[in-house]
Design a protein around this ligand. Structure first.
Ligand code: CU
Length: 296
């Protein structure tokens, strides 16, 4: 039932895509049937109890148990369905968001106004080493667990892979890890699902799912021409408003915690405000004392 609605969603190429679609389908069906019942009753009652000659309107306060049962019984069923949905979706949430399976490949995803930049491990399959590959097409093998460490250099973005049934906010100053496993090779779109500025609509990107052999080859090719590759990357995003100096900052996330450039200004001004407040507070205190003296 209602498969036509799920038919509108993009093709599922995710190992947990069926779980996500299942929750959406169940929620839609429950909401749809209750909506149908409510609308049919509403229209029926409008016709049945319309104004007619000789029929007087009754004033019903709803205080009797019979009247209340018309509200309480449907509420009970809605509550039961709510609990059912909670249990069903909690299982999916645990699987997709909480219990991350062991990663085969770890990648870094950085959102910025208005592009996505990806860093993949090189031949050593370790992220954060010299042979890392920077790319603007997230590339990874099929049937492998990919962990993505998502962050942002500026404002809130949302890393959205519709075919992968994956969506995760990119929050400045934080790195959030998500995972997915593709079941099919191909090139698929990435978009930003958080209104992040004037270029939000053009903040599109893509990812390519390859066979393991193709991926191994891709890693070798891109690791070999490391210099060329890094030149490409620094040149390409520049057209999309990327400033190279911005990137190293995002590598050092603790910097934000210790107080980056912006935060320093904030913490500098904060104590000034505090001292002002203290001054005010002591004045208030002294005036309070005066008041109490007056009362005494
Ligand atoms: Cu964005």
């Amino acid at each position: 039932m209602l498969d036509w609605l799920l038919g509108l969603t993009p093709e599922n190429i995710s190992s947990y895509g069926a779980d996500i679609d299942g929750v959406i389908s169940t929620t839609t069906q429950i909401v749809f049937y209750w909506w149908l019942v409510a609308e049919i009753l509403l229209i029926a009652f409008i016709i049945m109890y319309r104004k007619r000659p000789g029929q007087k309107a009754a004033y019903i306060t709803g205080a009797s148990w019979k009247a209340m049962s018309y509200v309480l019984i449907p509420t009970f069923f809605v509550l039961l369905l709510d609990i059912y949905l909670d249990i069903k979706s909690q299982r999916v949430w645990d699987h997709v968001k909480t219990n991350l399976p062991k990663a085969d490949i770890e990648a870094k995803v950085v959102g910025m106004q208005f592009s996505w930049l990806y860093t993949l491990p090189g031949k050593d399959n370790k992220l954060g080493t010299d042979d890392d590959i920077e790319t603007d097409v997230l590339t990874f093998p099929v049937d492998k667990v990919i962990h993505v460490h998502i962050s942002s250099t500026d404002v809130l973005h949302s890393f959205f892979l519709p075919h992968m049934r994956f969506k995760q906010d990119a929050v400045p100053g934080r790195t959030i890890t998500g995972w997915f496993k593709a079941t099919k090779t191909g090139v698929y779109p990435v978009s930003c699902a958080e209104l992040c500025g004037t270029g939000h609509g053009i903040m599109a990107s893509s990812y390519e799912v390859m066979t393991q052999e193709d991926y191994d080859q891709w890693v070798i090719e891109n690791s070999e021409d490391e210099e060329v590759a890094s030149n490409d990357v620094s040149a390409e995003p520049a057209s999309a408003g990327f400033i190279e100096e911005d990137y190293p900052e995002t590598k050092i996330d603790p910097k934000y915690k210790e107080g980056g450039e912006d935060h320093t200004t904030f913490s500098r001004s904060a104590p000034e405000r505090n001292t002002e407040l203290d001054g005010d507070a002591s004045e208030e205190n002294s005036s309070n004392e005066e008041d109490t003296e007056d009362i005494q």
